[in-house]
Write a protein that binds this ligand. Structure first.
Ligand SMILES: [Cu+2]
Length: 434
């Protein structure tokens, strides 16, 4: 493809020792908790549309139609422009958003076959253990890249996928996902915290390269800690405690392939058979009794293969887990609930762990809001960045977004993109409460 060359930067690429627990935990915790300055402003909810697409088909979100008719007292889009010195599109020559297209490669990296070892369920969360061929990945700390190489003769790249069982939207921001593999003799052969990762093909997941396994039967135990970010209301009562699942698989070292053994067991989850998940548009789905609420797209911008979509909705209550249990965060006043969704432009997969900051100015150029849009999980829109923004009155506003690079492990297709902060300026009008 070659386009990626445009974004090559001098990076400090060096070998990194594999993390053991605390190191990764510190990174993840620091990111999710950083910058939560004004708790009063924290807020979120669920919107009506999703641009997520798995398997390479870009699904048009029909929520926009719904929004236009259902929204009152809302805001209207007056366009956006990109004002970064490094703006432009990385990657492929694919027509604009919403085009139905097969996914060839992203930044020169092709998709590879993925095998599912086992699936389990817990409180509406679908937990999948998947494998692919071992692969090096990159840890980017906002300053420099560090390559993490698979051990010699590694058997596979383990990927723990957590998602909403009904909508298929990913569940990132767990403070810790830990995997333990035990052989048939009861010996622990692998025991490590998983890296929180982003990928154009798998989306947000928790993964690591697993060292060489001899042929045989194995037990895989995964300990999942709850997500520690803001949640939309449908997740108020679930995923509040750590949960572990046990799965079994046979590994064939000669063919480097796995076969699933029997059923997965869940320590505390119910295994009732529900209808299968569907991803894409979730307007007719209820999750924990909650349905999607309408939102309005005010602008869509693109940057190095990232789709940046800004939406507004009516102010809403969100929830944040903490030491004292789940905390309810109500809107501070009238205005908008502002959400920014970051997705791979070509596959629709969510881009998580990117600090997003917003500044809102009124028509006179006075700053009326400045703060961080909180990483938020939701069943209907997937992960996004959002906050309630109090506005002094109806009128036209300028929104400046600063998107910092995702501080997280990434697969190779994202090695050369999103390494510097990016600024987007958009405008919207707010008609006030009606
Ligand atoms: Cu991975």
């Amino acid at each position: 493809m070659g386009h990626q060359q445009t974004y090559l930067q001098e990076t400090d690429v060096r070998r990194l020792t594999r993390p053991k627990g605390a190191a990764t935990l510190a990174v993840v915790a620091g990111l999710t908790l950083a910058g939560c300055g004004s708790s009063a402003g924290l807020t979120s909810e669920s919107g009506g549309t999703s641009g997520r697409c798995k398997g390479g088909t870009m699904k048009m979100s029909n929520g926009q139609t719904m929004c236009a008719s259902a929204m009152n007292g809302g805001s209207s889009s007056t366009g956006s422009k990109t004002s970064s010195g490094s703006s432009g599109m990385a990657g492929m020559n694919v027509a604009g958003s919403g085009a139905s297209t097969a996914v060839p490669e992203v930044n020169g990296i092709k998709p590879v076959p993925i095998q599912t070892l086992a699936t389990s369920y817990w409180q509406g969360m679908e937990i999948q253990a998947q494998t692919r061929t071992p692969v090096e990945f990159i840890q980017f700390d906002g300053d420099k890249e560090q390559m993490v190489y698979p051990p010699k003769h590694a058997s596979f790249h383990l990927m723990i996928m957590l998602m909403d069982r009904k909508t298929g939207e990913p569940m990132p921001y767990s403070s810790s996902v830990w995997a333990t593999i035990t052989n048939s003799a009861g010996k622990v052969v692998y025991d490590s915290q998983q890296w929180a990762m982003i990928s154009a093909y798998m989306g947000p997941h928790y993964g690591d390269n697993v060292p060489h396994l001899a042929s045989g039967r194995y037990k895989l135990t995964v300990l999942i800690s709850p997500p520690e970010v803001v949640r939309a209301s449908e997740y108020r009562d679930v995923w509040l405690k750590p949960h572990d699942v046990t799965m079994y698989f046979n590994w064939n070292a000669k063919t480097a392939s796995a076969t699933v053994v029997g059923k997965s067991s869940s320590s505390s989850g119910s295994m009732s058979n529900m209808s299968g998940m569907s991803s894409g548009v979730h307007a007719n789905v209820a999750v924990n009794g909650v349905r999607a609420t309408p939102s309005r797209v005010i602008a869509t911008a693109y940057w190095q293969g990232m789709k940046i979509q800004t939406r507004t909705a009516t102010p809403t209550t969100v929830y944040m887990p903490g030491s004292g249990g789940i905390k309810q965060i109500d809107p501070a006043g009238s205005g908008v609930y502002m959400t920014v969704m970051l997705n791979d432009r070509y596959t629709g997969e969510a881009v998580t762990y990117a600090p997003v900051y917003a500044t809102v100015e009124n028509a006179a150029g006075k700053t009326v809001y400045r703060g961080r849009l909180q990483p938020t999980i939701s069943a209907f829109e997937g992960p996004y960045y959002g906050n309630n923004i109090k506005l002094p009155g109806s009128g036209r506003y300028a929104l400046t977004l600063r998107i910092d690079p995702p501080h997280q492990a990434r697969h190779l297709e994202y090695q050369h993109v999103w390494l510097k902060p990016h600024v987007v300026v958009e405008h919207f009008s707010w008609t006030g409460d009606q």
